[in-house]
Design a protein around this ligand. Sequence first.
Ligand SMILES: Cc1cc2nc3c(=O)[nH]c(=O)nc-3n(C[C@H](O)[C@H](O)[C@H](O)COP(=O)(O)OP(=O)(O)OC[C@H]3O[C@@H](n4cnc5c(N)ncnc54)[C@H](O)[C@@H]3O)c2cc1C
Length: 429
Amino acid sequence: MTAFDPQNFYYATTPPPPAHAPLSGETRADVCIVGGGISGLSAALHLAERGFSVALLEAEHLGFGGSGRSGGQTIFGYASGQEKLEKLVGKADARLMWDIALEGMELQRELIARHSIACDYVAGHMHVGVKARHDAELRAEVESLHEDYDYRSVRLIGRDELRTLVPSERYTSAIHDSNSGHLQPYKFTLGLAAAMARAGARIFENSRVTKLELADRADADSLVHTASGTVRARHVLIAGNALLGRLVPELARKLMAVGTYIAATEVLGEERARALITNNAAVADINWVLDYFRRSADHRLLFGGRVSYSGIDPFDSARVLRARIQRVFPQLADARIEYAWGGYVDITPNRAPHFGRLAPNAYFLQGFSGHGMVLSVIAGSLVAEAMGATAERFDVFARIPHRDFPGGTYFRRPALVLAMLWFRLKDLV
Ligand SMILES: Cc1cc2nc3c(=O)[nH]c(=O)nc-3n(C[C@H](O)[C@H](O)[C@H](O)COP(=O)(O)OP(=O)(O)OC[C@H]3O[C@@H](n4cnc5c(N)ncnc54)[C@H](O)[C@@H]3O)c2cc1C
């Protein structure tokens, strides 16, 4: 997979971070981490703070994956929803996972404050409905969050109030959550990297892992190879997620890398941008193939939508997203698109995260299914906990049953396209 996006707004407008040399020769570390996104960096930071020596290998540059491309919406809970989790693992484990997800939101804010990460964090998020039947769904969700989970930061917003917040004819009602929010994901990623480097962890960029030799005993070392070097480590974390490819076939079978795209308008000016989302919340509709948008700190509209299940992108995403923006905000007909980029979201069939072990000391994290901005942060700290020998909270996720995507390694993409077309049809009725 290659980069889609010389036009990534975040890369273009964030001060360039320090570059890190590729791995060369053999080195030793307590922990080797594969992947320089938020999952890998959060784990590295928490491990370094616990006194582990850490070597992190990134195939391209830090934030090359979803962490440097994302819509930046920091959303409560899991993409699967709690009801689905309860069916998969039972009420008690689903409750434990819920508490962990909420702790993730606290942890994210705490890391931003503690490490002074300037990433434009803003509180407030709205899930919006686009048709009458969504009103009942949103109402039921708020009731369940209040009654079953005592989650009081959410409230239902009716059409009239919603119009004052998002002046669009498209939306019928919303759930507002004051505990969710949005941030600039690449700045957050780089902020974590700077904190982990200060804590003593080592970073190697342009260091794609090509081969793993994982020890089958807890008291032996594993070997992690790149084209130009090897890390010998007691513990390994695989955090390559949607870009891991076929390095670990058993992980590839459980995950689909779904292409999604974002456009940034030109700078609209403060007044015009404010008028689009007056409370400055992040907004996502509740369709399967969803539109998601927010204001940027420099007063643009960042608008995401349009997925590609075939995994290839050669289409004019700026033009397509411009049309989607105008469906929501016809008042932006004259606004130029200045940046448009894409990336791969990490989706599991049941949309619950996929965490576990490949060997006694080899962990993996993937499949946040559109909630990775928060969950990857807490997932990294759970791995640090597990490697520090308190694995109880990590292991609750290993109990989620995950099926393979149908079609084996080579034929699962056509099968997924069909499955997703089904969900797309459900959006239309
Ligand atoms: C366009 C887009 C919009 C999104 N919007 C949202 C959103 O609004 N809210 C939300 O919660 N989530 C969103 N997501 C998903 C979210 O970005 C991801 O779930 C999250 O960033 C995953 O972080 P990660 O660290 O697990 O993986 P990544 O950030 O993908 O990092 C994995 C890293 O591993 C590296 N790697 C892969 N293979 C190897 C290898 N063999 N050797 C070494 N390195 C390797 C990759 O180069 C990459 O840098 C979005 C994703 C995209 C693409």
